[in-house]
Design a protein around this ligand. Structure first.
Ligand SMILES: *Cc1c(COP(=O)(O)O)cnc(C)c1O
Length: 379
């Protein structure tokens, strides 16, 4: 059996007719930048998430960059970010001249350790913002994060790039992740839960001023056109990608439910195969959208090689925490500083989580892992 980590063209085959039609309409109509499909998609996303404004940008990375820029983050400003995340979370801070303040994660949730965040906020008057990441699709504790924001006067930019359609609880209300902070950032990178056929991203906010500011920033800071009060970016979501995403958004609820079902089945299989002492499975928490299904094991690298031999794709998110990346050596972090993240980097393994994965395929994957621990490793 061959099970790739991800098969995007398989998904395309299911919706090919609608997608081809949507792309052809854009091609025929001819407004390839800022066309009507973009406005339509922004309205659809705002509706879907329950937020006032949605602004299409060129990528999730730019969604973070434009958000922080609009909030006034600049040279010397400190921004708290988790060290265990995709690079863009911290890259956006550095691109603006800001200083990423790396914080460790909770080992069970992979999200920011909020006790450490609070300790830093108590000691540090120069922190301007926090970028909580809903990693692998699991919502952060937004109740506590918004309480910290109010208590210490810091902005919250939610990195929801892996968590579109996830539910978080804040002030006794259930809201979509990304709609609770001052801004929320989404990515439509092809492998994300809602993926385009190229790069794409979105900033959402309920704040009139921030929305206006981000619209101006994505068009070189111009308002009106050709008159520039500030220096901005060329960062728009293409009309063709918006048209593709308009089609795919209709399927997102269904795909999300299927991902959660796949994750539940993995957990059941792992439970019944008696490897509880060898494998740490993710907890199925309400609101989780399982962008990735990530287990922790010893001998991770040997297991990945073995699975590859058996035709199963896996990935490591992430092999090196951000505080130990070469480009951040100047910040003075050392190995051992953020131990939970460092340990996770050696132990995490993401398994295939395609919504269309069958029961038989899941059994094969878990069975292969069982073989590795019971036969291969014992030799
Ligand atoms: C994918 C991702 C991004 C960036 O998205 P791009 O669209 O690839 O620029 C940012 N943060 C996290 C956590 C991501 O997973």
């Amino acid at each position: 059996m061959q099970i790739p980590m991800l098969d995007l063209s398989g998904q395309y085959q299911h919706i090919k007719y609608e997608i081809d039609e949507a792309i052809r309409e854009v091609l025929d109509q001819g407004t390839y930048i800022m066309g009507p499909e973009l406005k339509e998609f922004e309205d659809n996303i705002a509706d879907f998430l329950g937020v006032k404004y949605a602004i299409g940008v060129a990528s999730g990375s730019d969604a973070l960059l434009l958000s922080l820029h609009a909030l006034g983050i600049g040279p010397g400003d400190k921004v708290i970010v988790p060290t265990f995340t995709f690079f863009a979370t911290a890259g956006a801070v550095s691109r603006l001249g800001g200083i990423p303040v790396f914080v460790d994660i909770d080992s069970y949730s992979y999200n920011l350790n909020l006790d450490q965040v609070e300790t830093i906020l108590q000691k540090n008057k120069n922190v301007k913002a926090i970028v909580p990441v809903h990693l692998f699709g699991l919502p952060c504790d937004m109740n506590r994060i918004m309480a910290l924001s109010e208590k210490y006067g810091v902005f919250i930019v939610e990195d929801a790039c892996q968590a579109i359609n996830a539910d978080a609880i804040c002030k006794e209300r259930v809201s979509k992740t990304g709609t609770i902070g001052h801004t929320g950032c989404f990515s439509f990178f092809p492998s994300k839960n809602l993926g385009a056929y190229g790069d794409g991203g979105m900033v959402v906010t309920n704040d009139d001023n921030l929305a206006q500011q981000i619209r101006i920033l994505r068009a070189h800071g111009s308002n009106p056109k050709y008159y520039h009060k500030i220096v901005g970016y060329n960062s728009r979501l293409d009309t063709i990608q918006a048209a593709v995403l308009n089609v795919k958004l209709k399927y997102l609820d269904d795909w999300t439910q299927k991902r959660v079902a796949v994750a539940s089945q993995y957990n059941c299989e792992f439970k019944s195969c008696g490897l509880a002492d060898k494998i740490v499975c993710p907890q199925i928490q309400k609101g989780h959208v399982f962008h990735q299904y990530v287990i922790q094991v010893d001998a991770r690298d040997d297991l990945a090689v073995y699975m590859k031999e058996k035709g199963i794709g896996t990935s490591v998110y992430y092999p090196l925490p951000l505080h130990l990346q070469e480009c951040f050596t100047g910040l003075g972090f050392q190995e051992g500083d953020l131990p939970v993240s460092e340990a996770a980097c050696h132990r995490v393994l993401a398994l295939p989580i395609d919504p269309e994965l069958t029961e038989e395929q899941i059994k094969y994957i878990v069975g292969t892992i069982q073989d590795f621990f019971e036969r291969v490793q014992k030799k």
